[in-house]
Every structure is written in structure tokens, then in C-alpha cells.
Design a protein around this ligand. Structure first.
Ligand code: FES
Length: 65
């Protein structure tokens, strides 16, 4: 699914970056190549990064047991 229509960034790209520790949409977008344009997607992008990091943290906790 596309998250950012201005840049064509996908949810999977944001999830990959979240797994690498990126938690800020602007940092994620810059890493992917371009910062935000209109900014309409930033709240949704933040939700995806937050959820992906919670999943990563859950996996880390379960692996530590
Ligand atoms: S839709 Fe992402 S910056 Fe416009």
C-alpha cells in the first residue's frame, strides 16, 4: 500500500526502516530519497513506524526469553 503519494513510498519501505530504528517520518523519507512534499501523509506514516517498532520490540522481547 502506498503511504505517500507525492513520493510513491510504500508501507513496506517504512516498516523496513522502522526495523532499522528509524522512528521519524521525515527521517524515513529523507533516507528513502526525498523529504515530504504536501505533508498529508505524515500522521499515517508515523502510525506505521510506531506500530512496526512495537512489533519489533515484541519480537526482541520474545527472543530474549
Ligand atoms: S502524500 Fe506524502 S508528502 Fe504528500
Amino acid at each position: 500500500m502506498y503511504v505517500c503519494l507525492c513520493n510513491g513510498y510504500r508501507e513496506s519501505e517504512l516498516r523496513d526502516l522502522a526495523a532499522k530504528g528509524i522512528s521519524c517520518p521525515i527521517e524515513a523519507y529523507t533516507t528513502l530519497g526525498n523529504g515530504p512534499c504536501c505533508g498529508q501523509c505524515l500522521d499515517f506514516a508515523q502510525d506505521i513506524l510506531d506500530e512496526a517498532q512495537r512489533v519489533c520490540m515484541g519480537l526482541e522481547l520474545s527472543l530474549a526469553k
